[in-house]
Design a protein around this ligand. Structure first.
Ligand code: DC
Length: 236
């Protein structure tokens, strides 16, 4: 037995289903689910509270030096502690969502986050989800998945998460606001200079536009099982 424990990286754009898939995989294979977007969101929340400009790298770097962010993985998802206070719900606001994408372009902020994430994941037994896990945080991850879907499908899913299932026609107005927000974030996350969102060369790319959650999970779980059968990385 190698004694090493599995590290699974899941990357992809907003609304591609990463969190749902990561949560299921963690439950199925007994892994910790670490949601790195929540860390950028918590930092953005603090920056907004201090009225800092998300483009002001120097002020953000100073703020980071006196900020503690802790992810507490659990079966219902991650709780996020910002300087000891539980901000799990507050970091989902639309304003925080955009600010998270903006503060995450700065190399010093990314370097800080990546160090924390490596520390959290280094013992293995984790499924870590984000934008740069397979490319930067754990380039040697045992398995890498890149989940994608069309912008329309991702906007529709995001909208339904917020409102419950709706007919596309009836929701078109509300969806257009969601899809504008999503496009802006996609552009920023994909085009930033430091660690832009892109699949690692050795990632399995899954486009879920025309797939159900069960189909996506079925594919990913069979790849994980195959890997575990050839090299049993998970220690009892
Ligand atoms: O996954 P999410 O929607 O919670 O992420 C919020 C923002 O955080 C996202 O728009 C970009 C940034 N992010 C990042 O740059 N790198 C990560 N590993 C995770 C998130």
């Amino acid at each position: 037995m190698s004694g090493r424990r599995l590290i699974i990286a899941i990357d992809g754009p907003a609304g591609a289903g990463k969190s749902t898939v990561a949560k299921h995989l963690a439950a199925h294979f007994g892994l910790l689910n670490l949601e790195t977007g929540a860390m950028y969101r918590a930092f953005a929340l603090k920056a907004l509270g201090r009225r800092l400009d998300p483009g002001d790298a120097a002020s953000l770097e100073r703020l980071a030096a006196s900020t503690e962010i802790v992810l507490e993985p659990g079966p219902a998802g991650n709780r996020v502690l910002l300087d000891g206070a539980d901000v799990t719900e507050r970091i989902r606001d639309a304003e925080v969502t955009q600010a998270a994408s903006r503060v995450s372009v700065h190399p010093a902020i990314r370097a800080w986050m990546v160090d924390l994430q490596r520390e959290m994941g280094k013992a293995g037994g984790v499924v870590m989800e984000g934008r740069d896990i397979g490319t930067v945080v754990f380039p040697d991850a045992d398995l890498k998945f890149f989940l994608d879907a069309s912008p329309e499908a991702r906007s529709q899913r995001r909208y339904e998460q917020a409102t419950g299932p709706v007919e596309i026609a009836a929701a078109s107005e509300g969806i257009s606001a969601v899809s504008k927000e999503l496009r802006e974030r996609d552009d920023r996350d994909r085009n930033r200079k430091d660690s832009p969102l892109r699949p690692a060369l050795d990632a399995v790319i899954i486009d879920s536009t025309a797939l159900t959650l069960d189909e996506v999970l079925g594919r990913i779980e069979s790849i994980v099982k195959e890997r575990l059968a050839t090299e049993p990385l998970v220690r009892e």
